[in-house]
Design a protein around this ligand. Structure first.
Ligand code: NAD
Ligand code: MG
Length: 339
């Protein structure tokens, strides 16, 4: 089965159609379709339709608990971050991106896509995740782009400042800041959430975001983009991750407010609100074993998303193609009807 978005000809065909449309309009052509087809004909290959319900693995999954923060390399099935499928078309050529949580999951999918779209990429991750980060290093370098690995714990303010400044120095600038690092830990009962747990979640998901964003802004020129990672839990909190859901609502709100402020600097700010995705966060304490086994079974598409399925949105929001999008929260959630 083939996913349209991962067809090697998808983006280039689309570009040729757009170019042909422009040519047709300038020439006063009576039929856009005729001109577009004619211009595209030599390289056009039919892209097979794919039913999104049939793509990728479905529950039930093995519970497969891992110690926090978990490794993508130990998951079964292995998450699909686009390693073998994402094809770039120069949409981020020459950009310099910092991605927190870039070793695995949604952050790794963004890192692979950004590199294949022509960006140099710095990632932050925890020291325990060095092996996952090395895999990302190989993939970014195979794409011919610069890779910068910056391990460390973002719950520390001075580390956050240092992280951004080292990324900007080593990349030679900073155009894109993506926050994918996040802490999610399941507790069935609020009475079991200690102050330490609460602090851990808020430090990782909100304080670090505040510190990192403050550090990033002075490096960013007009045209730069900031992308936060919220969640459907911002709108419809799951019963067992209350502290996490508070932070994800805060992140969505932060993106909307900050966007209004940073438009004065020509910087766009958006957030992505994913539904259930098959990542290490789920199996390393983020969900109960029972919920891991049936992950994604309750969304209309009937399965969890794979990280590769969200990568195009991280690309789109970073790209100048989205020049009129700021302060938005974009949902990617298998059809649950939330942003
Ligand atoms: P993931 O485990 O692959 O990525 C999360 C990353 O967060 C880790 O790789 C780790 O490097 C980083 N991290 C956690 N604590 C850190 C700390 N103290 N210091 C530095 N880095 C730290 O899981 P993922 O699902 O890809 O998560 C990425 C983002 O997506 C998170 O913000 C998560 O809340 C969000 N999200 C995930 C889902 C989902 O279903 N997987 C749904 C909605 C939102
Ligand atoms: Mg990880």
């Amino acid at each position: 089965m083939t996913d349209d978005s991962r067809n090697p000809n998808h983006d280039s065909s689309r570009r040729r159609l757009i170019q042909a449309a422009g040519i047709a309009a300038m020439a006063g052509a009576s039929s856009f379709t005729q001109r577009a087809v004619a211009a595209d004909a030599p390289a056009a290959t039919a892209i097979p339709l794919s039913d999104p319900r049939q793509l990728f693995p479905h529950p039930p999954f093995r519970a497969q608990p891992q110690p926090w923060p978990g490794l993508a390399s130990k998951m079964d099935p292995r998450p699909d971050h686009g390693e073998h499928s994402y094809r770039g078309s120069g949409r981020l050529a020459g950009r310099k991106a910092l991605i927190t949580g870039g070793d695995s999951g949604l952050g790794r999918a963004a890192a692979i896509a950004y590199a294949r779209e022509g960006a140099d990429v710095a990632i932050n991750y925890l020291p325990q995740e060095e092996s996952d980060a090395r895999d990302v290093q190989g993939l970014v370098q195979q794409a011919g782009r610069k890779f910068v690995g910056l391990p460390g714990d973002i719950r520390n303010e001075s580390f956050c400042r240092d992280l951004v400044s080292r990324a900007a120095v080593e990349l030679g600038g900073l155009d894109i800041f993506v926050n994918c690092a996040g802490r999610q830990h399941t507790h069935d009962d609020i009475l079991d959430v200690s102050t330490e747990d609460f602090d851990w979640t808020l430090k990782t998901n909100l304080y670090a975001l505040f510190w990192l964003t403050k550090a990033a802004i002075p490096h960013m020129k007009p045209g730069s983009a900031i992308i936060f990672t919220s969640s459907t839990n911002a709108y419809n909190p799951s019963v067992n991750i209350l502290d996490y859901s508070i932070t994800k609502a805060g992140i969505a709100n932060f993106a909307k407010g900050l966007a209004k402020q940073l438009v004065g600097r020509g910087i766009r700010v958006n957030a992505i609100a994913p539904g259930p995705f098959w990542t290490a966060l789920q199996v390393s304490g983020g969900q109960t074993a029972e919920n891991v086994e049936k992950l994604g079974g309750d969304v209309p598409i009937g399965r969890p998303g794979q990280p590769v399925e969200i990568a195009p949105i991280y690309v789109q929001l970073a790209s100048t193609e989205s020049s009129y999008m700021t302060g938005q929260v974009v949902g990617v959630n298998g059809g649950v009807g939330l942003p």
